[in-house]
Design a protein around this ligand. Structure first.
Ligand code: IMP
Length: 423
């Protein structure tokens, strides 16, 4: 299938990196189309261990090219250090990484603005952002105040735009005792300019020519459905569209060109940051999931909040993203649970309520209705086929499939590259 889209079906951190890595070996292009270095995945391969936040995972497959499309917001210093890291490992990046000039640049004032917003909000109505300036850079984009990578090509225009923005931003920052120095910012960006120039390309044409040639394109969604700016639990969301529709605007790919939409879901639920999580277990179960699953943020190191799988949310994720198949990750984390619960619906005031009907406040009050499964209580790491899985694990997966009405095609059974079952 030439164009495959991989989307997180929870709150990010579903283990998309592993499935991307698995699928990238057959892909001509791996494309990122939204978000920025708020995302992150650790890649372990024969070249070493790498924490990448911006460069698509496919860069390590030498036959694959990587694209950072227009919808991505770029912290230039972070991107350049990632390029350097990959090059130091002996991987050729020039001629294999293409970055759209339409990408918005994260400027130092965006990170400061995020800090002052957080200070002013005092922990109320905030998703606890990652500190990367993601909200403020997207805000500037939609209010026509952004500076793009393409602007950096024209020094004069860059200088003019920066002057206006620094003037405005410093007025907002002043009451909080913060400011940016225009000359320093300008010098920093001009010193990075030369290094990034060879990577700037017309990614629309690159991607669409590849589609016309029926090449394999893998679209790497970042974050997850419930962090989507429109469809997540607002304001506990991120600034971009993390649902499948984001790919049209974010990469310039028409919806009818997408052949497969793979939803990635962890066998339980996690989230980093504030906001309602109906199935969260603030008890020994949550702690056990966190410790066994190593649930600490890849970008910030923050402990993730953990709970049971939420099929009410997944049902919504299937609908809005149009999943054609599902990949279940980290099933092995449930190996040592005597009983495993799954939320099958929500009740509010003893009446059924769906995800899409809930207001943000409702999510704090909904009562998840659980179905309980018998745990398999043995390691599944050695399983190579679905039929090798313990009977209880097979029942668990088949039931999820039935309730969601979508086929599970991959099950990840461990951290290693080969610990994956294709069904
Ligand atoms: P921001 O994207 O940094 O503005 O953060 C907004 C919310 O999204 C916060 O709750 C973050 O913890 C969360 N978030 C952003 N990116 C990721 C991710 O890649 N994985 C998990 N959570 C994320």
């Amino acid at each position: 299938m030439p164009v495959t889209l991989v989307i997180g079906s929870q709150w990010g951190d579903e283990g998309k990196g592993k499935i991307i890595d698995y699928l990238a070996k057959d892909s001509d292009f791996v494309v990122r189309f939204h978000g920025g270095n708020n995302a992150g995945h650790t890649i372990i391969n024969k070249y070493g261990k790498f924490a990448l936040h911006l460069i698509p995972g496919g860069i390590f497959n030498l036959n694959t090219k990587a694209v950072i499309a227009n919808g991505v917001v770029i912290d230039l210093a972070v991107l350049l250090s990632e390029i350097e890291l990959v090059e130091k490992a002996g991987i050729k990046v020039k001629g294999r990484l293409f970055i759209s000039p339409r990408c918005q640049l994260i400027m130092p004032y965006h990170k400061l603005l995020e800090q002052v917003y957080e200070e002013a909000k005092k922990g109320v109505n905030t998703p606890q952002p990652t500190g990367r300036g993601i909200g403020p850079v997207y805000a500037d984009k939609v209010t026509y105040n952004g500076i793009t990578l393409g602007d950096l090509l024209d020094r004069k225009s860059f200088k003019e735009k920066l002057s206006v923005q620094v003037l405005i931003k410093n007025k907002t920052l002043k009451p909080f005792g913060k400011k940016v120095n225009k000359n320093v910012v300008e010098k920093d960006f001009f010193s990075m300019r030369r290094k990034i120039l060879p990577f700037i390309s017309d990614t629309f044409t690159i991607i669409n020519s590849a589609i016309d040639k029926k090449q394999n394109i893998l679209l790497e969604g970042a974050q997850g459905t419930f962090l989507d700016n429109d469809w997540g639990i607002y304001p506990f969301v991120t600034a971009s569209n993390a649902v499948s529709g984001g790919v049209n605007a974010g990469a310039g790919i028409a919806p009818n060109k997408i052949n497969k939409v793979i939803g990635v879901a962890k066998a339980y639920t996690t989230r980093v940051g504030f906001g309602p999580v109906p199935t969260e277990q603030k008890n020994g179960i949550g702690n056990k999931l966190r410790e066994i699953g190593g649930e600490y943020g890849a970008t910030t190191g923050r402990p993730r909040r953990c709970g049971w799988l939420d099929l009410e949310m997944l049902r919504f994720a299937v609908k809005i993203n149009g999943f054609t198949e599902i990949c279940i990750t980290k099933l092995d984390v449930l190996d040592n649970f005597e009983k495993i619960k799954v939320c099958v619906r929500y009740n509010l005031n003893s009446k059924r309520i769906s995800y899409e009907q809930c207001s943000t406040k409702d999510f704090d009050r909904v009562k998840p209705v659980y179905k309980t499964y018998k745990g398999w209580q043995k390691s599944i790491k050695e399983a190579k086929n679905f039929k090798d899985l313990p009977k209880e694990a097979q029942i668990y997966l088949r039931d999820i499939e039935k309730m969601l009405g979508v086929k599970i095609t991959y099950v990840s059974t461990g951290v290693k590259r080969n610990e994956i079952i294709k069904i």
